[in-house]
Design a binder for this molecule. Structure first.
Ligand code: BJW
Length: 291
């Protein structure tokens, strides 16, 4: 692994003005943002191991509402926090199933945006890149990212609510009844991780290992509040990595000497970051065994 990149704004610049501005208040001021981007680009360029954690903000510019956005239309009298629970499905399975059906329709109609594509380009240019997502849409995969570590499952799939093995890809649907498990006839449920449920063990272990090992951790479009995913950036920081935070708003995000905030929309900032880091670097050949 490469030596840890020295990239925090405090350490990377001799300019005291930059240190004060970046370290104290994240800002959408274009000059400060350009300086943060340049510092982050240097960190990425020097990194051998990169771990990326994405959240709902990454897909926001594809037209998919974030988890914390208020629900709209017929769903406006509910809250996502209430619906995304085992208890809600036990009590009101039709309501919960229909909510996920409407979200699937939104995801199907959406297209990956420039943030998803920039992460594909990034993975092609660093030696070891792990893409971990909390998102339950399939936009990373449709953009071309491979080996995506999905922590919270997928709204595009269902599984048996009684625990039979396997998952089922859901086709376009206009169904009156909740589909049943072919093996035991229990209701199918969305293949997602609800509040109070354990994350898939192998996926979380991969994410943890990548966070511990990385030189640079990039958190994109997540509020970093839902555990255990929310602890991954700080786990990485505690193991010496530089943490780049790309978010529309830094409100509620942690600060610290190894944390580099870049405030603004992911679909604008990520392409700029990847371009600044790897302007002249060609992508690695895909799927070719080393000689
Ligand atoms: C932009 C942008 C743009 C907007 N560009 N940025 C420790 C302490 C306290 C609580 C807990 C704890 N450990 C566990 C808990 C409980 C709970 C939890 O964390 N609760 C919190 C509310 C505090 N965690 C759990 O219950 C987890 N389970 C667990 O720990 O189980 C233990 C266990 C072990 C063994 C056996 C049994 C149990 C499970 C968590 C599962 C989360 N699932 C969900 C729903 C998935 C299905 C669905 O979508 O319906 O996952 S919740 C929801 O939050 C969803 C998301 O993946 C996840 C994270 O949200 P995300 O991505 O951060 O989105 P938002 O909306 O919060 O933020 C969007 C961000 O984007 C914002 O910051 C914007 O500014 C930004 N943004 N536009 C850039 N254009």
């Amino acid at each position: 692994m490469a030596a840890r990149a020295v990239t925090s704004p405090e350490m990377a610049s001799a300019d005291p003005t930059l240190e004060r501005r970046v370290a104290s208040t994240p800002s959408s001021d274009p000059q400060t943002r350009a300086e943060s981007l340049a510092t982050a680009a240097r960190a990425l360029r020097a990194a051998e191991y990169v771990c990326i954690l994405t959240g709902a903000g990454t897909s926001a510019e594809s037209g998919i509402p974030t988890f914390r956005d208020a629900l709209t239309g017929v769903w406006s009298r509910y809250s996502a926090h209430e619906l995304a629970t085992p208890d809600a499905f036990a009590r009101h399975p039709q309501v919960v199933w229909q909510w996920y059906a409407s979200r699937r329709a939104t995801v199907r109609a959406a297209q990956p945006n420039a943030a998803h594509r920039a992460l594909v380009a990034l993975a092609e240019r660093v030696s070891h890149c792990t893409l971990v997502t909390q998102n339950v849409d399939d936009l990373h995969q449709r953009a071309g990212s491979r080996d995506v570590v999905a922590l919270h499952g997928s709204v595009m799939h269902a599984r048996c609510s009684a625990g039979c093995a396997g998952r089922i890809a859901l086709a376009d649907e206009a169904i009156a009844e909740i589909p049943r498990c072919e093996m035991c006839t229990a209701a199918l449920r969305p293949d997602v991780v609800w509040f109070g449920e354990a994350l898939p063990t192998a996926a979380f272990e991969s994410a943890r290992a990548a966070a511990v090992a990385c030189d640079v951790f990039v958190s994109v479009g997540t509020s970093n509040v839902v555990e255990p995913a929310a602890s991954l950036p700080w786990l990485a920081a505690s193991h010496g990595s530089t943490v780049i935070l790309v978010n529309q708003s830094m409100s509620g995000q942690r600060r610290g000497p190894s944390i580099l905030p870049i405030e603004g929309p992911a679909a604008v900032l990520l392409p700029q970051l990847v371009q600044a880091a790897f302007a002249n670097k060609r992508p690695r050949a895909r799927g070719v065994a080393p000689e």
